[in-house]
Structure formats: C-alpha cells, structure tokens
Design a protein around this ligand. Structure first.
Ligand code: ACM
Length: 548
C-alpha cells in the first residue's frame, strides 16, 4: 500500500508507475488554481522541473502528445475537503470540490513520490516516480488544528510560515495563534501602541519550575506588525489553513495591564509583562471603559483575521483581585451579578455580544462554562473531556484538546534526559489514541464536536529546534487521529510513520527519535512542572466536580 499519512479512507494500488519528467505539464479547472500553484512551487524546488500550468478557458493549451500530465478537476459531489487521486502511467488526476480538497489531494500526491520531494533544492539523481494508485478520501472532522503559543516564547513570522507548511503537509486546516498573555502581547493594535511597545517585552524569564527559582537575566520579546499578520493569514489561506487568533481575557492580562494600567484592578499595576510561568492573579477590571478597550482591540483583530471563530481565552482567571476590590464589588451590585464566577460570565458575554455584532463566533477555553455560557459560544475543551461533555450536551460546539493526550509540550517519556520534563508523560502512542468525541455522547450531541487540535505551549520551547522536537512526530499522529475515519491501529500506523519520517527529514524537521533525545536537547538547570498520572487524575476530579 502507499504510505500515505494520514491514512486514506480507501486506496488501491496496481503494478506500474507514473514518472515525472521535465516536460510534464499541469492543468486545472480555474477554481483549483491555488493548489496547483503550490504543487508547481514544491515540484520546482525539489525536482528542479519548471512545469507549465494551463488553466481551462485560457489560451494556454492543455498537454498534447506523450508528456506526463497532472490534472486538477472540480467534482462538486465530493465532501468539502474530500478528494480523489488517481495515477496512471501517463497522468495524475486529482479531483476536489473546494481548493482545500485540492490542497489535500496535492499533499497526497507528493507523498507518492520519493521523500526528497519535500526538499528545497534537487539533491542528486532522483527518479521521480509514483506508484499507480486510486485514492478516495475525506476527513473525519472539519476542525483539525494546532495551537501555537507565541507569547511565552515569540516565534518570528518566518518560523510561523514554516510551521504552516508543516501543518499543510499533514492536512491540518487550523492554526490557532495564542497572541496575548501575561508574559507578552504579540500583535500590533494601532489604536493602542503601548500594548506592543510595553507589553511586547519582558526583562527576563524564570528558569526553574517554582516561583523564586533562578531567572535567565535576558530580555525576551517581539511582536507581529499588522502587515506580518496579513502575510501569515494570506500564506496560510493559500495552503488551505485558517488562522484563528486568541486574545486572552479576563485573566492572563498582565502584559496589557502593564501597558495600560487603567485596565487593571486597584492601583498596584505591574510595570512589565510577567517574568514567571503559571497562573497569575493580575486580571482585567470590569469597567465599561475596559470592555470598550477590548472591543476596540477585537475590531482590529477582526479586520486582520477572516476566521469565523475568534478565541477570547477565558482560562485560568483567579478571582482574588475582584473579590478584594471594593470598586469591583460595587460594580457587581450595579450589574446585579451575584458572585465572581457570574461576573466572568458577564464579561465573556459582553465580549461575545460584540463579536456577534461583527458576525463572528466566540471560542473560549472550557472555564467559560463555569458561571453559565452565552448562546452561540464554542468551547476549547482542554481539562480532560469534561468540558467537551458539558458543552456538547448544552448544545455548544466543541473543539477537543485534552491536556492528557494532545498537549505536545508535555514530556514524551520518563527518561532523565528528556529536555525540560513538563506535564504528564504523553507518548506518541498516546497522542495517536486521540479521539475528540467522548464516548458518553449520543449521536446528536456528538455532532457538536467540530474536531480537535494539539496545543503547543512554549514556556519551555524557546526555539524552532525545540518546537520540532516537541511537535513531531506526535503531531503526525494527531493529524491522522483527526483525519482518518473508522478503526485505527497503532501497529498499522507505526510503519507508515517510519516512511513519513523520511519526509520530515527532507523537510528539515528535527523530530524526536524513538531512541530519545539527543545531547543538545538537554537543558541542564532548567525544569518544568511535572505531574504523575495520579496527580493529574486527582486534579481532573476536582474540575469535574466544578463543571457538572
Ligand atoms: C490552558 O492550558 N490553560 C488552556
């Protein structure tokens, strides 16, 4: 069988091969031009062949004679991201009903060629042959994503673009960018320049797991200009990927409060973004002026990001500052709000109304279920599956990203050499077992589960080298879990993954090898917060009691 990853719904293989040569030609229905352009670029880079494209209805003729032909056609009966791919001795025929389907068809075709097709220049005398296959495929879930935290460590635009290429290779269609948090504000907002001038930079960073442990003494920061964001969004869209922005509220607010102290509670506002990891008591106040400020921020965000969903965070918001602050308590009486949980609901509800007035949907971490969730809000279920259960049963859409399965910053083994061990052990096999739909849901409820995503928090991911190590190959396993319908079996996946690792090598990905970390990956003196399975289970039980 072809070593396609994710595994297709149906595929057959027959004897013979399709051989690409420099006289090959590309042709397409005009609606699928974008995927053809991407395929042309990839083949030009790796094979050196500059393959002409003819678009139906223009005066460049489609191929004649014996030249190999790659042809994209629209088949409106296919599912939105579905595709077919058929290779014969003379041609590769790809069909899809949407550009996205066309992109996934092209990615599947690339996987039929030698892995070097993922390099950026030709290396040696590769024979560019593909097996003869017939593939019919469509994804299981419409939301197949990865979240990248660009706050804890900033990822420059060039690195985000590279990450987008890697998502596209795995037919993942959503990049969730975590853009603001206590430790930094990473998106230019023209009406509030101090958000990035002040909030974009922190003086140093905690090294150890516990507060009070050593700091590195090095400033860290960076942010995306609005043009950087436009570039990222357009680059992703041209590869079938939607970028979903996240602006955190009402907690994880220190960088914003440092920039604009009037957003904070009480008088002792911090003067810099936070230099520590963990959950921070600094949160937004609940004045009308603060809601206005945040709606102004979101208006610029909405201009930049065409995504249907806008994530507003909502996780880990300690209420101590609200409890202790006289003005907040007075405001609660004004609003007729009974406790601080309900106040968070009120806050999120106000933001949700604003997003709805702009035609967008609110997405938040599962804490937004506590204190009541506004109609139309959707939930990122991260604390196990309790959020997914509660939200789907209440009729809210859900994206599953349980921390025990798809937090890819968590350590992959118990080896002492595992770099900066964090979280609970999350093996490749565990990531492969990901199923976004809790078994307890009936079919109607399960329809609310849009899919899932892997999350990459970057407290301990300070470079793309470390990101590669954490993300791969587990993200390939998650991609298959979200794409492939029917039974999946790790033993069947493992040899296909071995073939796929050659593609990652060719693409320059420093994935984690099965035999463990390499010496450079150790960061002596730096430690994350590790948990045993028992501790994690006890933690989850406390959350479950809170939600249900
Ligand atoms: C989260 O991991 N705090 C969403």
């Amino acid at each position: 069988m072809p070593t396609l990853l994710p595994r297709p719904q149906t595929s057959t293989i027959s004897p013979g091969e399709f051989a690409l040569s420099p006289d090959a030609r590309l042709s397409t229905h005009p609606d699928l031009l974008e995927p053809v352009l991407r395929l042309q670029e990839r083949l030009r880079a790796s094979t050196g062949f500059v393959l002409p494209i003819s678009v139906d209805g223009t005066d460049v003729p489609d191929t004649e004679g014996d030249a190999p032909r790659i042809r994209f056609d629209v088949d409106a009966t296919l599912a939105p991201e579905g595709f077919t791919l058929e290779t014969t001795r003379r041609s590769a025929m790809l069909t899809a009903s949407t550009p996205r389907g066309g992109h996934w068809a092209a990615q599947a075709l690339l996987q039929l060629f030698p892995a070097a097709v993922h390099r950026r220049s030709p290396v040696g005398d590769t024979r560019w042959t593909a097996p003869l296959v017939q593939v019919d495929d469509e994804p299981k879930f419409p939301w197949r994503g990865a979240m990248l935290d660009v706050v804890r460590h900033f990822a420059p635009t060039r690195d985000v673009l590279r990450f987008i290429d890697l998502l596209a290779m795995h037919r993942l269609n959503t990049l969730h960018l975590h853009l603001t948090d206590d430790q930094g504000w990473r998106v230019e907002i023209t009406r509030y320049p101090r958000l990035t001038e002040v909030g974009g930079w922190r003086p140093e960073t905690q090294l150890g797991a516990a507060h009070g442990s050593a700091a590195d003494g090095r400033p860290h920061g960076g942010f995306y200009t609005q043009d950087d964001i436009r570039e990222i969004v357009a680059y992703a869209a041209a590869r079938g990927i939607t970028v979903v922005p996240e602006i955190e509220l009402p907690g994880h607010a220190q960088a914003a409060v440092a920039a604009y102290p009037e957003l904070g509670v009480g008088h002792a506002a911090p003067t810099t973004p936070w230099t520590l990891w963990g959950v921070n008591p600094v949160i937004f106040n609940v004045e009308e002026s603060t809601i206005d400020f945040l709606c102004g921020v979101l208006d610029e965000v909405i201009e930049l990001f065409p995504s249907e969903y806008i994530c507003i965070g909502g996780d880990e918001c300690p209420k101590v500052q609200w409890v202790e602050d006289e003005r907040t308590q007075e405001r609660m009486r004004e609003l007729g709000v009974h406790d601080e949980e309900e106040l968070q609901s009120w806050f999120v509800g106000r933001i949700g109304q604003h997003l709805a007035s702009r035609g967008r949907k609110l997405l938040g971490w599962d804490e937004i279920l506590e204190g009541g969730l506004a109609d139309g809000a959707s939930v990122l279920s991260w604390r196990g599956r309790v959020g997914a259960l509660g939200a789907a049963r209440a009729g809210h859409d859900v994206v599953a990203c349980p921390e025990d399965t798809v937090y890819l910053d968590y350590r992959e083994s118990d080896l002492a050499t595992e770099p900066i061990p964090t979280g609970t052990v999350t093996t490749l096999e565990k990531a492969y077992s990901f199923d976004p739909v809790p078994a307890e849901l009936d079919a109607d409820e399960a329809r609310h589960v849009l899919g899932g995503q892997a999350n990459l928090w970057t407290e301990h991911i300070d470079s793309m080298r470390v990101l590669d190590y954490r993300a791969f190959p587990r993200l390939a396993a998650v991609a298959e879990a979200l794409w492939t319908r029917g039974e999946r079996d790790y033993a069947e996946f493992a040899p296909r993954l071995t073939a796929h690792l050659a593609r990652l090598d060719a693409a320059g990905v420093e994935y984690r090898r099965a035999d463990g970390p390499r010496p450079w990956q150790e960061r002596p003196g730096v430690s994350g917060r590790t948990r045993s399975v028992e501790e994690a289970a006890a933690h989850l039980a406390r959350i479950t009691a809170n939600i249900s």
